[in-house]
Design a protein around this ligand. Structure first.
Ligand SMILES: C[S@@+](CC[C@H](N)C(=O)[O-])C[C@H]1O[C@@H](n2cnc3c(N)ncnc32)[C@H](O)[C@@H]1O
Length: 237
């Protein structure tokens, strides 16, 4: 199980200081004018949902995440939005009393990174069977014709960068069987860690990812005409 408790209290600072471009993520999501019910998988502290709910107050938005400490922050952030609901759930056993027009994950459970002329899929879930179960649970929660959007982000590499005065974020990547281990660290001006987290990820080749998604009821819908796509799109069969 992939737990973000270690990072939760510093997550917003790290992510909103250039790690993800939340406004562009939401620019993409609001294009789907016809959808009414939306699910975010791995909603974290609610940074995407907050922006989406502001831009599209008509949407019913549900967020799920398995890390209680992340979801507590999301609940506070999202308390003012009456059409937003969050649940502490592992996507592998997802069980909600609703179905959705659109499910998405950005940096959440599954995402894609460019590799040569293709993409690899990265999963927070290490176990093959659990990946299939999670995707099947998503499919079961989508309405007929529903869409699944999985985010595209830059490949992981080692680096350090200042986050604010006297604080530095750094990450280190180490290969492991079928994936990589990522060490996240936020340190103070004296180099003392304020936050440390180590997370193991699984890597799927593009073909293996498409095959897995296909088995779980999703067909790949390659996009056309988007120079810098932020999501890959899959349709529920
Ligand atoms: C990098 S954060 C992304 C959060 C959010 N989407 C954002 O853009 O800020 C990944 C989140 O996925 C959650 N997560 C990982 N595996 C999960 C699973 N199996 N079920 C539900 N949530 C999961 C983690 O707890 C973490 O909050």
């Amino acid at each position: 199980m992939c737990d973000y408790t270690g990072m939760s209290s510093h997550y917003d600072l790290i992510m909103t200081s250039g790690y993800y471009d939340y406004d562009s993520i939401v620019d993409h999501l609001v294009r789907f004018e016809e959808v009414g019910e939306v699910l975010e998988i791995g909603a974290g502290t609610g940074l995407v949902i907050e922006r989406l709910a502001k831009r599209r107050p008509d949407l019913d938005i549900t967020g799920v995440d398995l890390t209680s400490a992340m979801l507590q922050i999301a609940k506070k952030r999202l308390a003012a939005f009456p059409k937003v609901t969050t649940y502490l759930q592992n996507v592998v056993t997802l069980d909600l009393q609703s179905t959705f027009d659109l499910a998405f994950s950005y940096g959440g459970v599954w995402y894609f990174v460019p590799e040569n002329d293709h993409f690899s899929m990265i999963s927070h879930i290490r176990d093959e069977q659990a990946n299939a179960e999670g995707l099947e649970r998503i499919s079961a929660h989508l309405k007929p014709g529903g869409r699944l959007l999985l985010g595209i982000q830059a490949p992981h590499h080692d680096y350090s960068r200042p986050v604010r005065e006297k604080m530095e974020y750094s990450q280190r990547i180490t290969p492991i069987t079928d994936g990589f281990r990522k060490y996240y660290c936020l340190s103070d001006g004296d180099g003392q860690p304020l936050m440390e987290q180590t997370t193991d990820y699984r890597i799927y080749s593009f073909d293996a990812a498409i095959e897995l998604l296909d088995k779980c009821g999703f067909e790949y819908r390659p996009s056309s005409g988007d120079d810098a796509p932020l999501f890959l799109e899959f349709g529920k069969r």
